[in-house]
Design a protein around this ligand. Sequence first.
Ligand SMILES: Nc1ncnc2c1ncn2[C@@H]1O[C@H](COP(=O)(O)OP(=O)(O)OP(=O)(O)O)[C@@H](O)[C@H]1O
Ligand SMILES: [Mg+2]
Length: 349
Amino acid sequence: MFRNLFKKFSKDVGVDLGTSNTLIYVKDRGIVVKEASIVAINNRTGQILAVGEEAQKMVGKVPPHITISKPLVDGIISDFEVTEKMLKYFIDRLYRESFGLSPRPRVVIGVPLDVTEVEKKAVEDVVLSAGARDVFLVENVIATAIGARMPIQDPSGNMIMDIGGGVTEIAVVSLSGIVAWKSLRVAGTELDQDIIQFTRNEFGLLIGERVAEEVKKNAGRLDEQGRPFEIKMRGRDLVTGLPREVTITTEQVSAAIQRSVGIIIEGVKSTLEITPPELVADIYQKGIIVSGGGSLLNDLDQAIARATKIPVRIIDDPITCAVRGMGLVLEDDRLLREVAVPSTHEDKA
Ligand SMILES: Nc1ncnc2c1ncn2[C@@H]1O[C@H](COP(=O)(O)OP(=O)(O)OP(=O)(O)O)[C@@H](O)[C@H]1O
Ligand SMILES: [Mg+2]
């Protein structure tokens, strides 16, 4: 049905299909899509009503005949059909006017570290059924490391951490290969859930996911006078059932997410424990590079640095780092061959 989708691209394409955000990079054009991975569907007609930010505005506000779907869970496709519709929507929007006949593109797309064969095939099928000439899978952490311009081809330890919406991945890369890694189901979305839980227990207030995410992003921020930002949350009082507003402090937010942050830090430590000592020595010297939207959490970089005694650096513009890396991979065929994960389609190998 969507076989011709990618035909509209004359250029090669990089796709970061994330749990929270989908980004698309087109060769020579740069990042052309940066949207929330959310789709609103009308159940009566099966039609897509909105995708991305537009659909995100509807979260928690829809009548029964509209479903809000997040087709990716923990970094993998959980709803194939909706994922395909979402990709089609983004691409159609870009290429509303016909560009005439252009060759079908090659597509580089990211996958998580613990991806199974079945999940790999699902990703390849989505991309191919959209009309790509060829699909190459690249591990998200590798794309991120390339986007961060880390010297991953050197015989030296490079530690990269990607804290996304659904997954946190930690990897040590040397000679373009992953030497040690950990994947955790604790990332940005889990922190939002922690805040919802805390607010329920501490204030007897039920808040929505969007409110919780805003609280998380604002925690630790200072106002113009250098004072801690007052974070107001509106929700439903669990006793009276009526709307109520409370103020949460940065300390309370820290307490709410403490356990999850601890799991992330433990993940870094346990990855270091399984890393060969020579590489650990390199990492001590070069530091840990952190990417993904979750890396923007107040004080997280410092907390990791304190716990590991290794310097930590957050990449500029962490949400786009992986897709920028895919863009670099598209520019360099040798690098592409070096980092591409073996395909599940035998005819391609
Ligand atoms: N300023 C901020 N402070 C804290 N968290 C943030 C901030 N900005 C974005 N985030 C969080 O980053 C997460 C999204 O990051 P990102 O786009 O890297 O994830 P993703 O690639 O879609 O997910 P995954 O890689 O897990 O599949 C969300 O949970 C979001 O709330
Ligand atoms: Mg990601």
